[in-house]
Design a protein around this ligand. Structure first.
Ligand SMILES: [Zn+2]
Length: 314
């Protein structure tokens, strides 16, 4: 969770600078206020750390602690996925190679991008493979990816990891900063909500079932009993940007839409969403019809009132 991550960074800054946590948090909030809130808490924490002369160079960090903009970071993890190297041409026209892998530890997971042919060789020879533990030295964070160039190192290690976090990670983001296909955790207001839309799916393959005569037909499974599903379109606003968002069937109860067969109640519940602030975890996709970015809501959380107090110091 990003908030825990933030807390950990604040704690580290406090320890290294001998300044109490509360004061570090005040400095971070002041920095954010000065920048009109256009910087994330983690980003502001880094600026404050830099101003205090603190860096995390050459310190071994848990994956969750790796933040955009960090340089010279060391970490380790278990390889959860590997992708074959791709050839490309540099701007000068020189041939280059790049390979991606994912590593995970108990706190999080991250995409690692290898730009160095010696590092890539370790993947090609199988010295580093899925399930191996690796140590990374001198990597640089580019957005939420860890990039390794010719001054970085990746090598097999004997470290063992317990249960690693291999699932999707949603990192706290401002809507303004989210890129296509990125997973993000956004705290935003619902500024518009539309009437829920209904459709039917085939219970076997989950694909859309077409209404025909009195029943439903699946392209693959023929006549089927259509299963009623719903989706809800909303517009989110977090103060930096607005974005169209869509929540599908299984996420609707988290938004307070409880009974899909009670239309009247449903429309009242969707009205009640207007102006509500919540935390949305999801992915940004390009809407095929309009070619505009759209936030696919995967899970929703209530804004924790206690957390609010901590964040704003009331
Ligand atoms: Zn089907």
């Amino acid at each position: 969770m990003v908030v825990e991550n933030y807390d950990r960074i604040v704690e580290k800054i406090s320890k290294k600078s001998n300044i109490p946590i509360e004061e570090i948090e005040r400095k971070i909030e002041a920095k954010r206020a000065k920048l009109s809130g256009l910087i994330s808490k983690e980003g502001a924490a880094q600026v404050v750390a830099a101003e205090l002369g603190i860096n995390f160079d050459n310190e071994k960090l848990k994956i969750e602690e790796l933040l955009p903009g960090m340089r010279k970071v060391n970490t380790s993890g278990k390889v959860t996925a590997l992708f074959p190297a791709r050839d490309f041409k540099t701007k000068k026209g020189d041939p280059g190679k790049v390979a991606n892998l994912f590593i995970a530890d108990e706190t999080s997971n991250i995409k690692v991008v290898l730009w160095d042919t010696n590092a890539i060789k370790l993947l090609e020879t199988g010295e580093i493979k899925e399930g191996s533990s690796v140590e990374i030295i001198n990597g640089s964070m580019r957005d939420n990816e860890l990039h390794l160039g010719s001054f970085s190192e990746i090598k097999p290690s004997n470290e063992t990891f317990g249960e690693v976090k291999a699932g999707k990670i949603f990192r706290e983001k401002h809507l303004l900063d989210i890129k296509l296909s990125e997973n993000a955790r956004v705290r935003a207001f619902i500024v518009q909500s539309y009437d829920p839309k209904f459709f039917y799916v085939c219970p076997q393959c989950r694909k859309k079932a077409i209404q025909e005569g009195g029943g439903f037909v699946c392209a693959e499974h023929g006549a089927v009993e259509g299963e009623k599903r719903a989706l809800l379109n909303v517009v989110l606003d977090d103060g930096t940007e607005t974005i169209k968002a869509v929540a599908f069937h299984d996420t609707l109860p988290e938004l307070g839409l409880t009974d899909l067969n009670n239309i009247e109640q449903l429309f009242m519940q969707r009205e009640g969403l207007l102006g509500k602030e919540m935390v949305f975890n999801g992915t940004v996709r390009s809407n095929k019809m309009f070619n505009t970015p759209e936030f696919i809501i995967e899970t929703v959380e209530e804004v924790n009132p206690e957390r609010l107090i901590v964040e704003f110091g009331h």
